[in-house]
Write a protein that binds this ligand. Structure first.
Ligand SMILES: CCc1ccncc1CNCCCCSC[C@H]1O[C@@H](n2ccc3c(N)ncnc32)[C@H](O)[C@@H]1O
Length: 707
């Protein structure tokens, strides 16, 4: 579609979503990491010089390591790649660099390769970088066990003179340290006791799906990933880096023994007092004796670290405390769990909620179970298990200003509707109970806004109550909302789940009842990643037709703000910068086909960049009257400092009504920001004027900058 109509916005937006999926963003970072490429080159050159003449590149990606081996003089080079897109890309790259007939590339997972079917003989060198932030997440151990058994020549033994097998990287050393980090806490634990007038303590413990102590097979991922050096508000190292594991990739027995090792316990000494929010894990990849790559938070590395959030509620550790960490390696993932803190000989269990309930069943049931329940601050009908919400849903729940502004806007709407009805005075005169207000919350995911509306309706003096409908779908979420309703004195009968009333999601926008209209409809316009939600404008148009007189949709307006920045980091993450970083191989034009000009999930408060202008309003989306919306507009921006404009980050001021607004770029915002990365950086001098042409089609936005 793009080839036919390159300016067709939907096709372009979908192409961006698809290419984000097809080609992971780290390919750009990796290929631009000249240090990493150089070190792999040195290790490969040394191995080939020492006699490794037949090479297999496992997980070749664009083919750079295989080409490096070929150029170094290896006699035979094979490569395998499981992703079809990357396999085809590698073929293009290898032939563009004149090596089509000297590197044999297979579209295969290495585990499915055999000798002599796929490669004629066993090879003397396997080179790979199939590692993720947690080292083992791309199954490098499984791949190398199979390679040693089926694809590699035997490892060197003292006496042998015949050619032997070797792996690059030779080994890895894994480190961990405990950190305090507000941004991690906000995404994995409930940090506030009330929002928008609602008391949340009845919810007990709320967890994110990141749970390394969960039983294998339970739906959870053992860790999440963060670039700690760019976490909002920074982080504090509570302990020194502690060596967790040494893994020798050239020792088959060690690789085979890794996953059968029983859980070990690590004792980590606290150096700095602070809140125990998470364990950070990173590693050094020893390519050979002299060349190592590190993914540590302190290095100027571009890689993320693996983050294991501490699941238990707030715990402040003090200097000289010892943190007990269970370390296990199940199903090819490294699993860490802070189980206790030892202070002056006393042990404080951290996972008491889980552990004590299960322990209670073992020991004197009544006593332990009662204390466990007590520690849950709950009534017996609350499920013992903590609620699980997505990390973005937890961050939303922690966003106090978002909820208090919504409460303000809801209260003022109900007040104006009441006075409008009061002036008519119809019902009260007739003695009939006044008609309730109908409020619909179509937020994506878990949202308490419907409950806030119900409470706003019930705790007011006048009896006009609110019937609040929530589009929350998941059973667990409905249980949580009902529990919060009870705990906040809201009669459950005024809170309903709308999706049980409509036959399918597309019919969400319809009247509450055949003869009623909505007093308010709450839309969810901005995704956590920083983009406007697809179809948001269309939904606003539908919603407007279902409002009673004086009814409103929230928000009514969204102002988009942006500024000019110079950010080398954003360039590095968006496209390969020429041939120089990639060892002189011509790779950039091929992988850059998958460049996506809009970057999401950015944290503008910690992004390495220089501001080259003040923030400016780019355009306004009027949801109450979207015929007035721009399809394209030009904004002139004055340059405040000389430099190269490489990107235009943007965020939103969301107007719930004329007076109340919420910013998506503020201290407790659960949203991240997005940025348009310019095709061609623009050199500017202070005082220059830059013209930004902003095009909006439905909900996708593009920005180009001209002088
Ligand atoms: C300092 C390194 C670092 C540190 C922290 N974060 C990121 C990095 C950078 N490395 C990321 C690579 C990660 C993806 S692996 C690269 C390519 O290999 C492919 N694959 C993976 C396994 C596999 C297999 N057994 N057989 C064939 N192909 C295989 C994937 O399809 C992918 O295209």
């Amino acid at each position: 579609a793009l080839k036919l109509r390159p300016d067709f916005p939907e096709a372009r937006e979908n192409f961006y979503r698809v290419s984000n999926w097809l080609v992971e963003r780290w390919h750009f970072l990796m290929l631009n990491d000249r240090g990493r490429n150089r070190k792999y080159q040195l290790a490969i050159q040394r191995a080939v010089r020492e006699g490794c003449s037949t090479v297999l590149d496992i997980g070749t990606g664009t083919g750079i390591l295989g080409m490096c081996a070929q150029k170094t003089g290896a006699s035979e080079v094979f490569a395998c790649e499981l992703s079809k897109t990357m396999y085809e890309l590698a073929r293009e790259v290898v032939s563009a660099n004149g090596m089509a007939d000297s590197i044999k590339i297979l579209h295969k997972k290495s585990l499915d390769m055999e000798v002599p079917k796929d490669i004629p003989t066993r090879v003397s060198l396997v080179v790979t970088e199939t590692v993720d932030a947690g080292l083992l997440g791309e199954s490098i151990v499984e791949s190398l066990i199979h390679a040693w058994r089926h694809l590699l020549l035997p490892p060197p033994v003292r006496t042998s003179t015949c050619s032997t097998g070797r792996v690059i990287p030779a080994s890895a050393t894994v480190f961990t340290m405990a950190v305090e980090c507000q941004d991690i806490r906000r995404h994995h634990r409930l940090c506030v006791s009330a929002v928008g007038g609602l008391d949340l303590t009845a919810a007990g413990e709320i967890r994110s799906p990141v749970n390394s102590s969960a039983a294998v097979g339970e739906v959870s991922e053992p860790y999440t990933t963060e670039r700690l050096s760019r976490a909002r508000g920074g982080f504090t190292a509570l302990t020194p880096p502690c060596r967790l594991l040494d893994l020798n990739f050239n020792n088959l027995q060690e690789l085979e023994g890794l996953c059968s090792r029983e859980t070990s316990q690590l004792r980590v000494q606290v150096l700095e007092e602070g809140v125990l929010d998470a364990l950070a894990v990173w590693f050094q990849l020893h390519l050979d004796q002299d060349n190592s790559i590190s993914t540590g938070p302190h290095e100027d590395t571009c890689w993320e670290q693996a983050i294991y959030p501490v699941q238990s509620p707030h715990f402040r550790v003090q200097r000289n405390d010892e943190i007990l960490v269970d370390v296990s390696c199940q199903d090819a993932y490294l699993r860490l769990c802070c189980v206790a803190v030892v202070r002056d000989g006393q042990t404080f269990r951290l996972d008491r909620v889980e552990r004590s309930v299960s322990v209670a069943c073992a020991q004197s049931a009544e006593v332990e179970l009662c204390s466990a329940l007590a520690s849950l601050h709950t009534s017996p009908d609350t499920p013992l298990r903590p609620f699980t919400l997505e990390s973005s849903e937890i961050a939303l729940l922690n966003n106090v200003s978002y909820h208090s502004n919504f409460r303000l806007a809801l209260d003022s709407l109900l007040t104006s509707l009441r006075s409008a009805r009061g002036s008519q005075g119809s019902e009260v005169a007739s003695g009939r109970s006044p008609e309730p207000f109908y409020v619909l919350d179509v937020s994506e995911g878990f949202s308490v806004l419907s409950l806030m509306a119900a409470q706003a309706g019930s705790d007011s003096t006048s009896s006009c109550s609110v019937r609040a409908y929530s589009s929350v779908e998941k059973e667990q979420h409905q249980v949580l909302l009902r529990l919060l309703a009870r705990a906040n004195g809201v009669d459950e009968s005024v809170l309903e789940f709308w999706l049980t009333h409509v036959e399918d999601d597309s019919a969400v926008f319809q009247r509450p009842t055949s003869e009623k209209l909505w007093s308010a409809i709450v839309l969810d316009c901005i995704e956590p990643c920083g983009l406007t939600r697809q179809g948001m404008m269309e939904k606003a148009t539908l919603a407007r037709c279902l409002l009673e007189d004086g009814g409103r949709i929230f928000p009514e307006r969204i102002a988009v703000h942006g500024l000019l920045v110079e950010s080398d980091m954003l360039l590095q993450e968006s496209a390969v910068q020429g041939v120089e970083p990639t060892l002189g191989f011509n790779i950039a034009p091929f992988i850059n086909q998958f460049t996506v000009p809009v970057h999401v999930f950015l944290d503008l408060s910690t992004l390495e960049c220089r501001h080259l202008s003040e923030p400016v309003q780019l355009f306004v989306l009027d949801l109450m009257n979207n015929s007035a919306n721009y399809t394209s507009t030009n904004v002139r921006v004055q340059v405040s400092a000389s430099g190269r404009v490489t990107a235009v980050p943007f965020w939103y001021q969301i107007y719930l009504d004329t007076d109340v607004s919420v910013s998506t770029f503020c201290e407790d915002s659960h949203w991240k920001q997005a940025a348009v990365v310019l095709q061609h950086p623009l050199s500017v001098r202070a005082g220059d004027w830059v013209r930004l042409s902003v095009r909006l089609h439905k909900s996708s936005m593009s920005i180009s900058a001209l002088k």
